[in-house]
Design a protein around this ligand. Structure first.
Ligand SMILES: C[S@@+](CC[C@H](N)C(=O)[O-])C[C@H]1O[C@@H](n2cnc3c(N)ncnc32)[C@H](O)[C@@H]1O
Length: 218
């Protein structure tokens, strides 16, 4: 099957977007809140950091990140979904350092060496490879030298050898782009764009991963 962007489910809209956080909690049988809290903790964000969040969703992640970056840091959240944007504004009202921008992440971004961290959570798998490469380039350009690109998404594994519930999630619930992403070597993909020094945290028996890569210092 030829993989095209119109197969993707990454642009979450309508009722699914309106109730996204609740749906995630239900689908994962209540596991999601503790998982995402742990993953954000594993980012090891510091007070005062500037974070670029690509495909930010409802603001749940931005609020968790705020606990680490404090008032002096900033989360710049890029999101195109109207319902997601509405949820983000509602959740983050009163926090002026959590800033939403209506901007596509798969087109060239205007940031140049401004951010300490770039975060992308359950978004990268939903693009064709050409767009993934563009997003990685955007992250590289937006980061300060020595900054970190953090990808929270599926790990790389053999889907055929995974248990039935993983195969069901990937092949029946997700779009075909997810399996394509899982089959590729994400570290190698990042290396080809110039990132190095990797660190990872694994979740859900190793099927999910926070992969952090560093932009080399000049
Ligand atoms: C699966 S959700 C993940 C949301 C959030 N990162 C999280 O972990 O909860 C994917 C998000 O990416 C957004 N998105 C998809 N394509 C995008 C694009 N080209 N530019 C900006 N946001 C996009 C969707 O609207 C949706 O909110």
């Amino acid at each position: 099957m030829e993989l095209t962007q119109d197969l993707s489910k990454v642009e979450v809209r309508g009722m699914e977007a309106k109730y996204y956080d609740i749906l995630m909690n239900i689908i994962t049988l209540g596991w999601y809140p503790s998982f995402i809290k742990k993953a954000i903790d594993d980012l090891e964000l510091k007070e005062g950091e500037r974070v670029l969040d690509l495909g930010a969703g409802t603001g749940r992640n931005a609020l968790l990140m705020r606990e680490y970056i404090g008032r002096s840091g900033e989360v710049r959240a890029l999101e195109i979904g109207a319902e997601m944007q509405e949820a983000f504004r509602r959740k983050t009202a009163g926090y002026p350092n959590l800033i939403l921008e209506d901007r596509r992440i798969d087109e060239p971004l205007p940031y140049h060496e401004e951010f300490d961290s770039v975060f992308i959570s359950f978004v990268l798998h939903g693009f064709v490879q050409e767009k993934r490469d563009r997003i990685i380039e955007n992250a590289l350009k937006a980061l300060k030298p020595g900054g970190r690109f953090a990808i929270l998404d599926y790990a790389n594994f053999d889907v055929d050898k995974a248990p039935w519930w993983v195969r069901f999630a990937i092949r029946k619930v997700e779009c075909p782009l997810a399996e394509d992403f899982i089959r590729r070597d994400t570290r190698q993909m990042l290396r080809e764009h110039g990132f190095d020094t990797f660190r990872e945290s694994l979740y859900l028996q190793g099927y999910l991963r926070l992969l952090m890569a560093t932009k080399p210092a000049d």
